[in-house]
Design a protein around this ligand. Structure first.
Ligand code: NI
Length: 395
């Protein structure tokens, strides 16, 4: 008895998988039948079909899906559904170049959110300083702009001026070579000064500083111009004063990056020091200094030639830095001033600013025109020559 029970149990266990291996077959109209797996071919001969021959998955433009009979497909298509998922999606492009398949109903939202319909819209054409063109993803543009690329060919160009005033538009990469030959990124000063009347150039070294504004107030009040020989490492702290010098039409010249005696450097290091200072002035004001005042008046032919700019010395030394006395600075100017003088002062001393308030009206009273160094060069010499040194610019 026990043996029989065991035998029946084994039989049942053997048969179970066979009964469990049941398949569903379908008619095109959705009728279904469950058959034993090994009977499937026989039923198929009678016209019964597998699930995917009868049903399909369809999608709508909002991303919903459902299983429907293939015979109803045209009906569903008429209502905007499709069994091809690609029909219901649009590939959009992100600014970083990645792609996203978006359900058609959400395309507008995605476009408003910053995606693009075409790859071209996700890209920007940039121009190198030498005119090369490069297409980058929109997300990369800012990084490229900091690496010397520009949004337009116009921005990749710069206008340069020869010492005699000729103007030329070149790629920025080409400008360096011209600048080294004495061309400038700022137009030569067109002097409004009358060349037949006496003139002097007031110059202020070592600034900008806390007294620069007081000096500018005075110059503005009398419609006078002056030249400020600035030190590069002060420009961040006194950028407001530097910008005001530019805005009020003063000339800004280079007095080195950190007041280094240029003759202690080799010519190319000296030229780099000057360029670094001029780049910083240009960055802050859009103006590129055209003249150099070497610290301590110390210079040589190799440095002047490497710098490719006129070097401006002085004919009246007020010694204001030493005396720190307004009377003595005033007297130093008024007792010796002549037509064509270049007058040396420093806008970092309070006493100098006091003296300027008396010097400017007194010079005008005596009939002097107060002009910038480059204006005086333009009025008297038809321009200053790169590589030359000037202590005065006489008629
Ligand atoms: Ni100095």
């Amino acid at each position: 008895m026990k043996r029989l029970t065991a035998a029946i149990l084994v039989l049942i266990l053997l048969c179970l998988p066979v009964y469990a291996r049941e398949s569903l077959l379908y008619m095109p109209d959705g009728r279904e039948i469950a058959v034993r797996s090994d009977d499937v071919p026989r039923w198929q001969d009678k016209g019964w079909l597998q699930w995917d021959q009868v049903y399909t998955v369809i999608y709508n433009s909002q991303g919903e899906n459902r299983e429907v009979l293939r015979i109803d497909l045209d009906l569903w298509r008429g209502q905007g559904w499709s069994d091809n998922i690609a029909d219901m999606q649009t590939t959009l492009f992100a600014d970083d170049g990645s792609r996203a398949a978006v359900w058609n109903d959400y395309v507008e939202d995605s476009l408003a959110g910053g995606l693009h319909l075409t790859e071209a819209e996700a890209q920007t054409l940039l121009y190198g300083a030498d005119g090369t063109e490069m297409t980058v993803w929109n997300a990369e543009v800012e990084a490229y702009l900091t690496q010397g690329f520009y949004r337009t060919p116009e921005e990749a160009h710069t206008v340069i001026y020869s010492p005699d005033g000729a103007e030329m538009t070149v790629w920025r990469a080409e400008a360096e070579a011209y600048l080294a030959q004495g061309w400038s990124e700022t137009p030569p000063a067109r002097s409004t000064a009358d060349p037949n009347r006496p003139m002097v150039a007031l110059t202020f070294d070592d600034g900008p500083g806390p007294y620069t504004d007081k000096i500018l107030n005075c110059l503005e009040k009398y419609g006078a111009k002056a030249t400020f020989y600035v030190v590069g490492n002060r420009l961040g702290t006194y950028s407001k004063q530097l910008k005001r010098e530019a805005e009020t039409g003063m000339e800004i010249g280079c007095h080195s990056w950190s007041h280094t005696q240029l003759t202690t450097l080799n010519a190319s290091a000296a030229a780099n020091d000057i360029k670094r200072t001029n780049d910083r002035v240009n960055e802050l004001t859009g103006i590129r200094p055209a003249t150099v005042r070497p610290p301590y008046g110390s210079h040589n032919a190799a440095i002047r030639s490497a710098a490719g700019a006129p070097f401006i010395l002085w004919s009246v030394d007020t010694l204001d830095w030493k005396t720190r006395n307004a009377d003595s600075t005033y007297n130093a100017v008024m007792n010796s001033v002549k037509d064509g003088d270049i007058i040396l002062m420093h806008d970092i001393h309070s006493a100098t600013a006091d003296a300027v308030e008396r010097i400017v009206p007194a010079l005008i009273e005596r009939g002097f025109q107060l002009v910038t160094v480059s204006e005086m060069g333009s009025a008297r010499k038809g321009g200053l020559t790169a590589g030359s040194a000037y202590s005065s610019i006489r008629p």
